[in-house]
Design a protein around this ligand. Sequence first.
Ligand code: AMP
Ligand code: ZN
Length: 139
Amino acid sequence: MASDPNCIFCKIVAGEIPSFKLYEDDETLAFMDINPVHDGHCLVIPKAHSPNVMEIGPEDFAAAARLAAKVAKAVNAAVSCDGINLMQANGEGAGQSVGHVHLHIIPRQKADGLLFNWEPKPGERGHIASVAARIREFL
Ligand code: AMP
Ligand code: ZN
């Protein structure tokens, strides 16, 4: 499986750095974003490294899309929200900061005023862990 030794998400896949894992199978992984815009903000990735959607193979993207739909349902059940955005950035100009294809799952509130691209702010780890446990109950 393609892997980049300098990629932070490949390191998460390999278990070399910690993450709040929600779900994984042979091809994909879902874990909490550590700078959540809202409670329940998480990421879905193909385990194989591809830098962006222009370079990813259709199977890897399809596998990530399948898991994103599954996780979005769990997030919707686990946190109180008015809706959910799936968001995916490619290239610096589009706000991509990690060069390993990922889909954001972002719970929204009607009047949250959230604008793309947001400024990342670190979340409180204990709180992220407790939201992750709630989402896992629905997976
Ligand atoms: P993007 O800006 O669309 O490339 O999104 C990258 C996301 O990865 C950001 O929302 C970061 O908060 C998130 N992120 C970066 N490093 C980590 C990490 N070690 N664990 C979890 N999320 C991370
Ligand atoms: Zn990678």
